[in-house]
Design a protein around this ligand. Structure first.
Ligand SMILES: Cc1cc2nc3c(=O)[nH]c(=O)nc-3n(C[C@H](O)[C@H](O)[C@H](O)COP(=O)(O)O)c2cc1C
Length: 138
């Protein structure tokens, strides 16, 4: 079973999360509403953007609470105004937990103020879905 959990202050990462979820037959859950998993998760897709150089605080707390008894592997996706991805921070949080972090993230530009207008666009969403299918092996 796969799951998708994301943090999105402005809606950009929510769009990616919905594309990822549709691609792997899961439902996209905002981190504020996520409930304990009732079955073991093979791949947990984690969507996170960058705010002042870091991931969202609620997403960080959620990740800190995970254990390898419930989640085997995590794949990261997200958007930011620049190039920075959440992958390094997610990997650092999960070091020593026994949860594998997929070594590649899907990352695209997200609109911010006047920058990156219209992003993520349909091409970004298609690529996010393709990434998810590759990771899930479907
Ligand atoms: C308060 C705030 C701080 C941000 N800081 C950064 C940053 O340090 N680096 C960056 O690349 N983008 C930064 N951004 C841009 C967001 O990462 C980008 O707009 C992203 O697509 C937001 O995703 P969301 O709509 O899912 O929240 C910031 C955005 C906000 C609102």
């Amino acid at each position: 079973m796969n799951a998708v959990v994301y943090a999105s202050k402005g809606g950009n990462t929510r769009k990616l999360a919905e594309a990822v979820a549709a691609a792997v037959g899961a439902c996209a859950q905002p981190v504020e509403e996520v409930r304990p998993f009732d079955a073991p998760i093979d791949t947990l897709f984690v969507g996170g953007s960058i705010y002042a150089g870091k991931i969202d605080g609620a997403l960080r707390k959620f990740l800190q609470g995970l254990d390898s008894g419930h989640v085997t592997r995590i794949a990261v996706f997200g958007s930011a105004a620049g190039n920075k991805s959440a992958l390094d921070e997610v990997r650092a949080i999960l070091t020593g937990t026994g949860i594998t972090v997929y070594d590649r993230a899907f990352q695209c530009r997200g609109s911010f103020l006047l920058a990156n207008r219209g992003r993520p666009n349909q091409d970004d969403l298609n690529k996010a879905a393709q990434f998810a299918r590759e990771v899930a092996g479907t």
